[in-house]
Design a protein around this ligand. Structure first.
Ligand code: GLU
Length: 416
């Protein structure tokens, strides 16, 4: 597979939407590029006494609807183009959910798996020292993403608060509960995706009970999704993959046993001596639902899409499908719940976390889930209605709903 440039993919999707909505040239020009891109060098004292300089990015894509919002990734292969694409998708993600937020994304080129806890803390604090003037609860609010977590958010919040001379819990979200986190945030992405899957099953008129599921990616979102599809709907998870490969058991996998195997061996491969499959093998399995939770952008290209037998693809990862892949899936009648709708549960509960931080009043987990369910279900219904109205696929429809709101705000603000 030739490597796709995720930002070109995001731009192509936007141009497609611009045609459907007949957007004027000035609007399209604004939406095709980020408003601001910041790159910083972060010197970190390593445990061996040397100093290493890391590159950090923050892309602030569009803030017509509210402050920039989006995760920060720690990844050895991070590039500005990946961060740009993800920042664009964050803009559409917040908008499609009706959140008063813009879109942004950050990244640091590093390999957290090879760093000590102390090195990671110094790197995270260094990122905030380099970037703090561009961040803030009403400016730009980072959150966890690939290889970042609650502890990293706690260090970032603390560093920012120290610089400001006062507690500023609302500067990042996805924090541990005791320092201003929200209940229900840790599994929010997977949970939100499940609510959209439930809504899709109603529209498509198929029973989730006993439906077979393949999960691609067994990290945070994927592993929560595996237990949630079983516990919420009685689905049968028959295949799971991770970065090393996948396994398939027709009768259904024991998720807890598989998790224990992964904890011990660091992979699902080898579980019960089952043959090792590739991601593409798993995409072609005779299952009802595919949950695409692996962070590989553009993995579902036209060739892979042509092999899909599932009725529904839930895109819990960002950007798993190329525009050509989309066309094939649509032609073959596969219902795609597109990434920035399907995985918007994370940022939605992040927004709830910001609200709770501002009010200094914290909600029960039942409150969070009820609000999340209502928000995700309404967003799904809006997107489905747009797909019917314009006779377009679900991704195009999600773009239509999201872009229309951002454009309306830009016009009211006098940008165009
Ligand atoms: N990183 C997550 C995403 O891509 C969450 C972002 C957030 O909570 O701000 O949606």
């Amino acid at each position: 597979m030739s490597k796709v440039n995720p930002f070109e993919m995001a731009q192509q999707q936007l141009l497609d939407c611009a045609k459907i909505l007949n957007l004027e040239q000035g609007v399209v020009e604004i939406l095709l590029q980020p408003q601001r891109q910041i790159q910083v060098s972060i010197p970190v004292k390593m445990d061996d006494g040397t100093t290493k300089v890391f590159q950090g990015f923050r892309v602030q894509y569009n803030n017509a609807l509210g402050p920039y919002k989006g995760g920060i990734r720690y990844h050895p292969d991070e590039t500005i183009d990946t961060v740009r694409a993800l920042a664009a998708w964050m803009t559409w993600k917040g908008s499609v959910l009706g959140l008063p937020l813009g879109g942004g994304k950050g990244g640091i080129v590093c390999n957290p798996k090879e760093m000590s806890e102390g090195e990671l803390e110094r790197l995270s604090r260094g990122y905030i020292r380099a970037m703090w003037q561009n961040l803030g609860p009403d400016v730009d609010i980072p959150a966890p993403d690939v290889y970042t977590n609650g502890q990293i958010m706690a260090w970032m919040m603390d560093e920012y608060s120290t610089i400001q001379g006062k507690n500023q819990f609302g500067v990042v979200t996805g924090k541990p509960i005791i320092v201003g986190g929200s209940l229900g945030r840790s599994d929010a992405t997977a949970k939100g995706g499940m609510y959209t899957l439930r809504e899709a099953s109603k529209k498509l008129n198929f029973d989730l009970k006993g439906a077979t599921v393949a999960i691609l990616g067994f990290g945070n979102a994927g592993s929560f999704a595996a237990t949630l599809v079983r516990d919420m709907f009685g689905c049968n998870v028959v295949a799971v993959t991770d970065s090393k490969g996948g396994v398939y058991e027709e009768a259904g996998l024991d998720i807890e046993a598989l998790m224990a195997h992964k904890k011990e061996t660091r992979s699902v491969v080898g579980y019960k001596g089952l043959p090792k499959l590739t991601n593409n093998d798993v995409m072609a399995l005779p299952v009802d639902i595919i949950v695409a939770a692996a962070p590989e952008e553009g993995a579902i290209n036209a060739e892979v899409a042509a092999t899909v037998k599932a009725k529904v693809i839930c895109e819990l990862a960002n950007g798993p499908t190329t525009p050509e892949g989309d066309e094939v899936l649509h032609k073959n009648g596969v219902h795609v719940i597109p990434d920035f709708l399907c995985n918007a549960g994370g940022v939605t509960v992040s927004y709830y976390e910001m609200v709770q931080n501002m009010y200094m009043h914290y909600w029960t987990v039942e409150d969070v889930y009820a609000k999340l369910d209502a928000a995700m279900s309404a967003a799904y219904a809006n997107v489905y209605a747009a797909a019917e109205k314009y006779n377009i696929n679900m991704r195009q429809a999600a773009y239509v709903v999201a872009v229309e709101r951002v454009v309306e705000a830009m016009k009211l603000r006098g940008w165009v």
